[in-house]
Design a protein around this ligand. Structure first.
Ligand code: CND
Ligand code: ZN
Length: 373
């Protein structure tokens, strides 16, 4: 069968909308009609060379859709089910899945290559050959054949064009504060970067009872928006945030610093390391080119002040549980999703959407496949 998809053929090239071939689902696989896909910065990293991937690849790892067809042996979902995809699959039985670390499931080994776990591809083109799907999804496509391990069935009354955000940005940000940072009532948290992921670190920190959520972003619109998500103080620079943090904590420093800038830098991690106090934690969520060594700190400072620096993938969530948990919080009016979406786009407008992300004019952009349909 055919699908229209946004394909990347190499670094520093725009997404190209092409009609490509899509395979039927094989054993354990599911054909999805895509409803919505979020514009996360991680897809832009493939354009800019900050995510090292195999080309050609269909971008998109924040996905929601409806099951059109299932392959042999599929038990998690059935035709007609509404699904939010997890950008890391969860087999449920590997060492990581069975110890509460589904985000690290062994079946996710090929998420950057975009193949299925067995190394084969479901999208093809006579000219381009085999085409990967980023994070085993390739959500920037009207239809996608994905593993059932990537699918989480969700309540069918939820709007998929909002629920899509719990496929990456919301649990990644929220979990960076709550799971990885372990924010507790009364803590002081500093968040660097207020995009579609970082805004949810703010939301998560506030949710967990932080006394102060101190935010840094050079873009005024982001800082203003953060105040609606639970930020108590917002600053354009890390220096201003550091001064305020010292004053607000009587010199003790922050309990957590969450680094969620678009492209991670040594400067941000160093600022975060210097802003936290004794026994406290820096969480690194944002991504940079893997060849860039972005963590350079004093080991002695780390020892004598017992500081921790940790990375987090998917906010250290268990997607099969946490995607549902996030949506139940939304349904109960306790988690903001609608307010994260500044603009929606058609698939054909994808490069415009990513230009808006670069320009800092959107928190999250969403491709709505039902627009103009
Ligand atoms: P987005 O581009 O929407 O937001 C980044 C924000 O950082 C923007 O508001 C910028 O203005 C701001 N910013 C840039 N430089 C600085 C700085 N020096 N100090 C403070 N703020 C700054 O990106 P996003 O929210 O979609 O993604 C953020 C990062 O998270 C990005 O690197 C993405 O690849 C990564 C990510 C990680 C994971 C994971 O599992 N760890 C999952 N998805 C995305
Ligand atoms: Zn993402």
């Amino acid at each position: 069968m055919k699908t229209r998809a946004a394909v990347l053929t190499g670094y520093h090239r725009p997404f190209e909308i092409r009609e490509i071939d899509l395979d039927e689902p094989r054993a354990g696989e599911v054909l999805l009609t895509m409803s919505a896909a979020g514009l996360c910065h991680s897809d832009l990293h493939m354009v800019d060379g900050d995510n090292v991937v195999r080309f050609p690849i269909v971008g998109g790892h924040e996905a929601a859709g409806i099951v059109e067809q299932v392959g042999p042996g599929v038990t998690r979902v059935a035709p007609g089910d509404h699904v939010v995809c997890s950008f890391t699959p969860a087999c449920g039985t590997c060492r990581y899945c069975s110890t509460g670390k589904q985000n690290l499931c062994n079946s996710g080994a090929t998420i950057l290559e975009g193949s299925m776990p067995d190394g084969t591809f479901r999208m093809h083109d006579p000219e381009l050959g085999d085409i990967g799907g980023f994070c085993m999804l390739g959500a920037f496509s009207e239809r996608a054949t994905v593993s059932e391990l990537s699918c989480v069935k969700v309540d069918d009354w939820l709007p998929l064009d909002k629920a899509v955000l719990v496929g990456c940005g919301v649990p990644t940000g929220w979990g960076s504060a709550v799971n990885a940072g372990g924010v507790r009532p009364g803590d002081t948290v500093v968040v660097y970067g207020l995009g579609g992921v970082g805004m949810n670190a703010v939301q998560g920190a506030a949710h967990a009872g932080a006394k102060y959520v101190i935010c840094v972003d050079p873009v005024e619109f982001k800082r203003k928006t953060a105040l609606d998500f639970g930020a108590t103080h917002v600053f354009a620079t890390a220096e201003e945030a550091a001064t305020a943090t010292r004053e607000l904590t009587w010199g003790e420093g922050a309990d957590q610093a969450i680094c969620v800038v678009g492209v991670m830098t040594e400067q941000v991690v160093t600022d975060a390391f210097n802003v936290i106090g004794k026994g406290s934690t820096v969480v690194v969520t944002g991504v940079a080119n893997p060849a860039d060594l972005t963590v350079h700190v004093s080991g002695s400072d780390m020892v004598f002040n017992q500081k921790t620096i940790k990375g987090t993938l998917f906010g250290s969530s268990n997607p099969q549980h946490d995607i549902i948990r996030m949506l139940r919080l939304y349904d109960a009016g306790q988690l903001k999703l609608d307010e994260l979406i500044t603009r929606t786009y058609t698939l054909d407008q994808i490069n415009e959407g990513y230009q808006d992300l670069r320009d800092g004019t959107i928190i999250r952009g969403v491709i709505d496949f039902t627009l103009g349909a």
